[in-house]
Design a protein around this ligand. Sequence first.
Ligand code: PLP
Length: 380
Amino acid sequence: MIVFNRPPQTGNEEKYVIQSIKSLKISGDGEFTKRCHRWFEAKLGVPKVLLTTSCTHALEMAAILIDIQPGDEVIMPSYTFVSTANAFVLRGAKIIFVDIRPDTMNIDETLIEAAITEKTKAIVPVHYAGVACEMDTIMDIADRHKLFVVEDAAQGMMGSYKGRALGTIGHFGAYSFHETKNYTSGGEGGLLIINDAEYSLKAEIIREKGTNRSQFFRGMVDKYSWVDIGSSYLMNDMSAAYLWGELEVAEQINDERLKHWKKYFEGLKELEKKGILELPKIPEGCVHNGHMFYIKVKDIQERTELIEFLLAHGVQAVFHYVPLHSAPAGVRFGLFCGEDKYTTSQSEKLIRLPMYYGLTSIEIKSVIEAIKDYFGQSKK
Ligand SMILES: *Cc1c(COP(=O)(O)O)cnc(C)c1O
């Protein structure tokens, strides 16, 4: 069976995790956390990053940092993971869903402005498959309406938009190190990217249970106390050690994924030319990270059939998000603004193919052959 995902493992994770265990300092903000923080701050060129227990939690921190209050409105696509919405719903926000673009499956930036009201507080673009949203337009709208931009870059590490790393363009960005993402901290983990140094201190406090413990350890205050709301959002240092094993070879992982992506693209473009299926589009100025390779077929019936066919031929392919606005909680906490022209119809066509670090060329070829076989295009 060619499985859909395998967590990345490069060989050094184990060594560093053992090193962390032996250091007897395994809680948050230990040596490996510091190393990872320095790596990201240098790589991204941002004033502050904080490792968190998950991307979900990094998004929750962003919602607290921008002081979301009950009744505030937050604009995002409906085609996303529940955490994008939940992080803001937890603070009482109403979610305003906007349609997506069929080419990238990202929020349609031309529809955002019509969704803004006097209650709007933030826009949350999601960089689907590590392909950037149209950030210049989104930042311009946010500037003119004085809104915050929180980038859900859960899938976006190593991706960029016009030379700028995803997650560093809005006010805040969030990465995920869940085992299904390009880099993992051993199953669960995330990163909050703080692009405005003004929020650094407050972010540390929220992450440390609402205390100024981080300042205390830096010797900036002589005792630590409860100063704000917060929770426990620190990644433990063993997880940071695991992640460090992958950051050291971050480029290698990225290069390999991009190679896989190109092989799928080359192998399937003939089918696209014949109008049998659609392949992902990468707009100019966007550099992606090979997070995902998806195809889009005619409709949901064909998708179901193809997934079953592939499974019978030893290939695990999967569909993705069911639009949030059609889910029970989405109906309760959100509202779709304007027409759902693409969100539902495009999401029903999409199939994700096996993609992970360690996937082989032979396996990719078998996946391509199985797809061709289904469509009666096999040359065998
Ligand atoms: C994976 C993912 C998340 C959640 O990440 P966790 O680290 O599992 O909390 C949020 N948003 C998007 C778009 C994701 O793909």
